[in-house]
Design a protein around this ligand. Sequence first.
Ligand code: KG4
Ligand code: ZN
Length: 328
Amino acid sequence: MRVLGIETSCDETAAAVVADGSHLLSSAVSSQVAIHARYGGVVPEVASRQHLLAIVPILQRALSGAGATLSDMDAIAVTCGPGLPGSLLVGLSMAKALAASLELPLVGVNHLESHVYARWLEGDPPPLPLLCLLVSGGHTELAVMHGSGRFQSLGRTRDDAAGEAFDKAARLLGLGYPGGPAIDRAARRGQPCHLLPRAWLSGSKDFSFSGLKTALWRYVNQVGGEPDDLAASFQEAVVEVLAVKATQAAAQHKVQAILVAGGVAANRRLRQAVTAASPVPVLFPSPALCTDNAAMVAACGYFMLQRGHRDGPDLDIFPNLKLGISVA
Ligand code: KG4
Ligand code: ZN
């Protein structure tokens, strides 16, 4: 079964063709990073306009990459949330038009859930139950996956997402945008010699990174320090909290493995720290599948279709969609 996936939730316009939820036939991504770099972050109105310009060429690239045409597709999967409303609407409108004109089933996919399904495109499916640490520019979520589409949310960020914290820290340090890869590189040159605060939020699986950002601001503007050392110290503070909370949750919930997904999962130090501390195997999608793409959307959509899920022409966007059922 060939699923055409469409992703436009933030600043990447993406389309992909995936067979049977696990065989990647093509994945095309048009990034707007260069356009938003001059503003130091994503400008929503600019993002939706760029999606409009890119969506048709990206669909054509995904189809030709798979050696297929629209008539070879069996279903359409599209991100319906969470994300920027104007951006989500571009992908959803295209998906609805394709599904209606081709008379194909349509499924609206949760972007957060799809980040997890990226790992289903690479090798054997992960063992369940699985502890998922989802760290991206917009989200930081800790959840247990018990079965297909069955997520138990344990905690999430109370303020900045991990990737957003990296982006803001890089801006403070004058390292450019996007900040995650820039901090990752600078940290390799520096030493984590400054002790920046960790928000443990004891008794909770939630995260908070805004205090850390303020502490870094103090170092940059008042205390001083080498930018590379500050980058390494900042990265260490973020990574330590993520790694400790994820590995503690893994032991507590007796999971079979940990999956780290989302753009920040590309971080070298995070990969090392979670792997070193984990009592169970740690899995990561490859870097190209960690950042936003439509292959993960098509994979997730396939498993929704397998569960009998179908959406109609009234499918809407859900800009604040959450992952799974929250537990107290
Ligand atoms: O998953 P993603 O592409 O988009 C969202 O859904 O948000 O994640 C993008 C985020 C950005 O904040 C970027 O700075 C961060 O992932 N990122 C990294 C690294 N590569 C990308 N953060 C830390 N280290 C990296 N190597
Ligand atoms: Zn994402």
